[in-house]
Design a protein. Structure first.
Length: 459
């Protein structure tokens, strides 16, 4: 615990949805929901306008549509959000060498380690300056909490939402926490909260009054002792600079269970390519390839294969994932597939590339498994060859496009061979809507535009 509120917690406001509203002038001030749009999709982020209807993150998308039928429903653009996050994290890095990112839109900062704050006044000034810099750089708002510990700083940033700053003076923690629900403490989820409720403890003051021995009896030595300290306002966890990633993975949940083995293998190969893309972006390679399969009955299987050394070669990862798939029974149907790489390193063992080529030319397991399936699909006259074209011309709601005549825009919706596009830019007035054939050669996927143009100054 610190004598000055020099631990800062930043939480960007409704980050994904706010980024979409900033990018799309026609959506500003309107309910926006970002997430998976299929029958099994869930809400990733809802704008504050959508939250007024009861929509919140992790809610099934079907329920969100019933609550807010007139909201804009968009597919996430993670590369776009990541680019904004990098700008925000760079600003945090200017404050201190100790920045602990928790997600794309949330982080702790140790202001004392950066030498820019040693009391309440200097900490508040740093927090306000950060909020202004974020707005000027990204066009978005963030809420800041300042306190003498990580736990209280995070509570403060939640109270500051949206677009505010709350500073909680050290020494007032117990008074602040006492009447709050036990769920406000780190590590108290629904199950632990219900366990405590059955024991007659619903507020933080209940925990403090129960005593450490009782909490240890209920929750075990480590959890009980930690919870007792936090209930009394103590949290001495340090801000830890970003740790190296332990794994990189991607996964997809399918609207309809997959049964066709060729389609399943194609999806695994596509996921392997995406996984390697993330791996290379992070500057890593990895030794262990992991395949995740969730079947029709919700049973989840994982299979892994460890290579001789780390790699970031898509062919190696793709073939390893294919071999792992061969060991999984998918006849009942597959609802989710994932590919990951663990055992990360900062270098690549080049001879693995030659190893993969040798195995392929020798007719290794992966090649033998793929070739007959592809041959049988072609011989049967099945429509698989047309599938990639359909995927390529699928226009996801919210994604960027560019038209040869009308310029930059974004997809409002598509269906029955047509796609509707609104043409506008972050700094323009709300734009006009036009409709095209999905295969219009003049309409192509576009790049995300910056939310703040160079020279805009104050955003």
């Amino acid at each position: 615990m610190r004598a000055a509120p020099t631990i800062l917690h930043l939480d960007m406001d409704a980050f994904f949805a706010a980024a979409e509203q900033a990018a799309k002038p026609s959506l500003r001030g309107k309910p926006v929901v970002v997430g998976g749009l299929g029958p099994r999709g869930v809400v990733a982020t809802a704008s504050y306008e959508a939250r007024r209807f009861g929509v919140h993150s992790a809610m099934p998308m079907g329920q969100a549509r019933r609550l807010a039928p007139n909201a804009a429903y968009l597919v996430p653009r993670f590369a776009f959000y990541r680019s904004i996050s990098e700008q925000v994290m760079e600003l945090l890095g200017r404050l201190s060498p100790l920045v602990e990112p928790l997600s794309l839109d949330e982080a702790f900062v140790d202001l004392e380690a950066g030498g820019i704050a040693d009391d309440s006044a200097s900490a508040r000034a740093a927090g306000e300056r950060l909020r202004g810099d974020i707005l000027a750089t990204t066009g978005l708002t963030g809420s800041v909490g300042l306190a003498g510990s990580k736990m209280i700083a995070k509570i403060a940033s939640e109270e500051a939402k949206p677009d505010g700053l709350v500073l909680i003076e050290p020494g007032t923690e117990r008074e602040l926490l006492g009447p709050r629900s036990v769920r406000i403490l780190p590590g108290v989820g629904p199950a632990t909260g219900e366990h405590l409720r059955r024991a007659g403890m619903t507020t933080v003051s209940d925990l403090a009054e129960a005593g450490e021995d009782e909490l240890v009896r209920l929750l075990g030595r480590a959890h009980g002792a930690s919870l007792y300290r936090m209930a009394r306002g103590y949290d001495d966890r340090p801000v830890v600079a970003e740790r190296d990633a332990k794994s990189v993975s991607v996964e997809d949940t399918f609207d309809v269970d997959l049964h066709d083995r060729v389609r399943i293998r194609s999806e695994v190969e596509r996921l392997a390519e995406r996984c390697v893309g993330r791996l290379r972006t992070s500057g890593h390679s990895g030794r262990t390839i992991v395949l995740k399969v969730r079947r029709y009955d919700f049973s989840t299987l994982t299979r892994s294969e460890t290579l001789r050394g780390p790699t970031d070669d898509p062919g190696v990862v793709r073939e390893a994932a294919g071999r792992l798939l061969d060991a999984v029974d998918t006849t009942g149907g597959v609802r989710l597939l994932g590919v990951g790489v663990t055992g990360l390193a900062d270098y690549t063992q080049e001879d693995l590339f030659a190893q993969a080529e040798a195995e392929s030319s020798a007719g290794g397991a992966a090649g033998a498994a793929v070739a007959p399936a592809e041959a049988s699909g072609a011989a049967s006259g099945a429509p698989e060859p047309d599938a990639p074209v359909t995927v390529e011309r699928h226009w996801a709601p919210g994604h960027d496009v560019r038209h040869a005549v009308y310029g930059a825009g974004w997809v409002q919706g598509s269906g029955v061979g047509r796609v509707t596009v609104r043409f506008e830019e972050p700094w323009s007035e709300p734009g006009r809507v036009r409709t095209f054939a999905v295969d219009d050669p003049e309409l192509v996927p576009g790049e995300a535009l910056p939310l703040v143009r160079d020279g805009d100054g104050d955003g």
